[in-house]
Design a protein around this ligand. Structure first.
Ligand code: PLP
Length: 393
């Protein structure tokens, strides 16, 4: 195997030293080596891809749908996404000029931040949150400003937003993720409106990561784009709602003038997404069968959430019922202190259950554990029994 020439180590983009492999994966990989471990770590659906989507992908392959596609995605998928945004969230985005299909929401996050951030620019990021945003900001030479929301039920208040704006001069964007990974908390329409009222007086671009928008329990998802269409980039995709993380289909929606810039980054970076994957996503966004498959998965998640929240409560964890996504963010019982990493390590090694330490999700996550219920009810029951055993010993 070739070894890299030693003197090349000085040749790289220095911003690379500002990012590390995500500790979530590192922790999960280590814990996964423990024989018989039950994993509550997965950030992806445990369901199979709905039949209607599989068939669409098969048809696409049979039809020799195998050429470079339009850079912003097939017209059929962009049309489906446009219909979906209108039908589900009452958002108006033109399929030709205001929507681009990306390689998962991940690429959309990168393209959006790349189009906005130059070295030294600041980005507001309410935390705890998905660590990718900060990693991308760092890679671009920007500065991520964590806004700890743990004292406000994991929701950014308009007052805290205003304070952050008063304190920082170079803020170009804010990233909002709701329903949230890792807390499962989402924002009500009123809460979003209150933030929008503050942001309307600024030139900040709002990056709204709504990848879990279909997984809301007992309520309606509202997009901040409803209140702030002129300065919002909506990010979403089929990964969670269609249980198709491996197909890598996401999208961005924004006003045409904004989309032009995003599209530039996107087309230079990826040319176009894969045809069969795009074909598979069409019925997820815009068919009865696809929608029903999402609703069925949501019903299963909701039952698991109710079981896990009640069980954790009985075990002394502080846990408010999350109303979206598939995560519970549980506060350690007081007698265990706030060292979430130590507790999660002990739980993996002795209890044979793996969860993700809350501190991996940024300021405000210390003393919490993220547990994913994107796993079977049997696994959840086993995990709860094992946690109980460990706490009792
Ligand atoms: C909040 C959030 N945004 C984006 C992503 C990435 O989505 P995708 O798999 O579509 O790239 C994830 C994945 O876990 C996520 O939790």
């Amino acid at each position: 195997m070739p070894k890299m020439k030693a003197s090349l180590s000085q040749q790289f983009n220095p911003n690379l030293s500002r990012v590390q492999p995500t500790p979530i994966r590192v922790f999960d990989n280590q814990a996964s080596q423990i024989p018989g471990i039950v994993k509550l770590t997965l950030g992806e659906p445990d369901f199979n891809v709905p039949e209607v989507a599989k068939q669409a992908a098969i048809e696409s392959i049979k039809d020799n749908d195998s050429h470079y596609s339009a850079g912003s995605g097939t017209p059929a998928l962009r049309e489906a996404i446009s219909n979906y945004l209108k039908k589900h969230y009452d958002l108006d985005y033109d399929a030709t000029t205001e929507i681009a299909v990306t390689i998962g929401a991940t690429e959309a996050i990168y393209a959006a931040l790349f189009a906005i951030i130059k070295p030294g620019d600041q980005v507001l990021i309410p935390t705890p949150t998905f660590p990718l945003y900060e990693a991308v900001v760092n890679l671009l030479g920007g500065e991520a400003i964590n806004l700890d929301t743990s004292n406000n039920n994991f929701v950014l208040s308009p007052e805290a937003l205003q304070t952050a704006l008063d304190q920082h001069e170079n803020v170009k964007a804010i990233v909002l993720n709701y329903p949230s990974n890792p807390t499962g908390v989402t924002y009500s329409a009123d809460q979003l409106k209150a933030l929008a009222d503050v942001l309307a007086d600024t030139n900040l671009i709002v990056i709204a990561d709504e990848i879990y928008s279909e997984l809301i329990y007992g309520g309606q998802h509202t997009s901040i784009a409803k209140f702030l269409p002129g300065q919002t980039i909506v990010l979403n995709g089929a990964s969670k709602s269609g249980a198709m993380t491996g197909y890598r289909i996401g999208f961005m929606a924004a006003p045409a003038e904004l989309m032009k810039r995003l599209g530039m980054v996107h087309s230079i970076m990826i040319t176009s997404p894969s045809d069969p994957a795009m074909a598979a996503a069409v019925p997820i966004f815009d068919s009865e069968a696809g929608h029903q498959a999402t609703l069925d998965m949501k019903a299963a998640y909701e039952k698991r959430r109710d079981f896990l929240v009640a069980a954790l409560h009985d075990l002394g964890f502080g846990v408010a019922t999350p109303n979206g996504a598939f995560y519970v963010f549980a506060k350690l019982p007081a007698k265990y202190g706030t060292d979430d990493e130590a507790f999660a390590t002990k739980l993996a090694q002795e209890g044979k259950v793996t969860v993700i330490p809350g501190s991996y999700f940024g300021d405000g996550g210390e003393g919490y554990l993220r547990m994913s219920y994107a796993t079977s009810m049997d696994n959840l029951k086993l995990a709860v029994d094992r946690i109980k055993n460990m706490l009792n010993n």
